[in-house]
Design a binder for this molecule. Structure first.
Ligand SMILES: Cc1ncc(COP(=O)(O)O)c(C=O)c1O
Length: 366
């Protein structure tokens, strides 16, 4: 029986910088009297992200108000022709097809690799032949932060003369490989590992593109006149303040995520019906913990106080809005939509909390 009381372990309880941690940055905003439009704090974010990514050129990163905004801005910045096809996995968050549709593209949903859960160049190779329209864009998604083979995607892009945009929303900046031709988007949403509350980052070693994205996120402003359709999708100074404080706290956040990941790894060692993401709890961690199972009573698990989350719902092709979108065969996606779920991750979990969740999960296996 499900009770009305809040479960002991919510699927997620984000913990962003506290008021005390934000204070020095808020003071800076007071002093600067700069609140929006690429002020000093946003520029500091650019500097620190470029440094983090070992980029010599700070103009190789660009912030925006959200990760999804970056995807839309990129599609526009690359001038991807309206009405052409964007190949993407159905196994992604709804933001990926929303971004393509909002920018006048036609998504084509394809399956993913059963181990990485990612769209691979091999799958895309076949999809290039099967897709109903002219393919202009591939949008591989880094599943729950697992890095993608950037060089293979660069080769693919060159070979097929198509754009590739990596949706790396859940990636850790440590894992991002900056490329000259294949941009990566990372999200700073409250559910992610680094947080602005809302915000996103573009990484591409091509300043023409970062500049275009910058201008398109700022009404297309240009001294010589307005030449492009544009939007307002800039990161504010307040969001930059949260992000800078979140970066300051990264060593602690990282060790918290590692402790939780190691706890799950230990708790499921020997559990043959539960699979963690590749490397999770060994050399990998994330703000979510996805498991693949063989059938689980999630209602019972909730009754035991453990809330779960289908972070990518039940795959995009099963959403009413996207149900008419053309697709290839999706057996792996259908399997993942049914047999994966996100377990709770809180930065302030103790090892005992995670052990308790693991015990309860194991009680609820089919
Ligand atoms: C795969 C994927 N793409 C895009 C997004 C959108 O990012 P944002 O929330 O920053 O707009 C998300 C958000 O969770 C995501 O998981």
């Amino acid at each position: 029986m499900t009770t009305n009381t809040e479960p002991k372990f919510l699927a997620l309880r984000p913990l962003l910088p506290t008021a005390d941690e934000l204070y020095p940055y808020l003071k800076k905003i007071d002093e600067n009297r700069y609140y929006a439009n690429f002020g000093p704090l946003v520029e500091e974010v650019h500097d620190r992200c470029a440094q983090w990514l070992n980029l010599e050129e700070r103009k190789h990163v660009m912030t925006a108000s959200s990760g999804m905004a970056i995807l839309e801005l990129l599609i526009q910045a690359y001038d991807i022709p309206l009405g052409t096809t964007a190949i993407m996995p159905s196994w992604t968050y709804i933001a990926t097809p929303h971004a393509a549709l909002n920018k006048g593209l036609v998504p084509y949903f394809v399956d993913v690799d059963p181990v990485s859960w990612a769209l691979t160049p091999e799958i895309a190779e076949k999809a290039m032949r099967d897709a109903p329209g002219d393919v202009s864009l591939i949008m591989p998604v880094a599943p729950f932060g697992l890095p993608l083979p950037v060089q293979e995607w660069e080769d693919f892009s060159r070979r097929h003369n198509v754009r590739v945009i990596i949706d790396g929303a859940a990636m850790c900046l440590d894992d991002v490989v900056p490329s000259e031709t294949v941009p990566t988007m990372v999200s700073f949403h409250a559910t992610k590992m680094l947080n602005a509350a809302e915000g996103g980052l573009l990484i591409i070693k091509d300043q023409d593109i970062t500049l275009r994205v910058k201008k398109m996120s700022h009404f297309g402003t240009n001294k010589k006149g307005i030449f492009w359709n544009a939007t307002n999708a800039k990161m504010s100074e307040y969001h930059a303040a949260v992000l800078l404080a979140s970066m300051d706290a990264w060593p602690k956040s990282k060790s918290d995520f590692i402790r939780v990941a190691k706890g799950y790894h230990a708790g499921f060692t020997g559990a043959s019906n539960i699979k963690l993401r590749p490397g999770y709890g060994e050399d990998r961690f994330n703000s979510v913990c996805m498991i693949e199972h063989k059938g689980m009573d999630l209602e019972k698990l909730l009754d035991l106080g453990v809330e779960t989350r289908h972070w990518w719902r039940h795959a995009c092709h099963n959403e009413p809005l996207f149900s008419t979108i053309a697709r290839g065969d999706l057996p792996v996606t259908d399997h993942l939509a049914e047999f994966t779920v996100g377990l709770p991750v809180h930065k302030d979990f103790t090892a005992d909390d995670v052990a308790e969740i693991c015990e309860k999960v194991l009680l609820c296996e089919a």
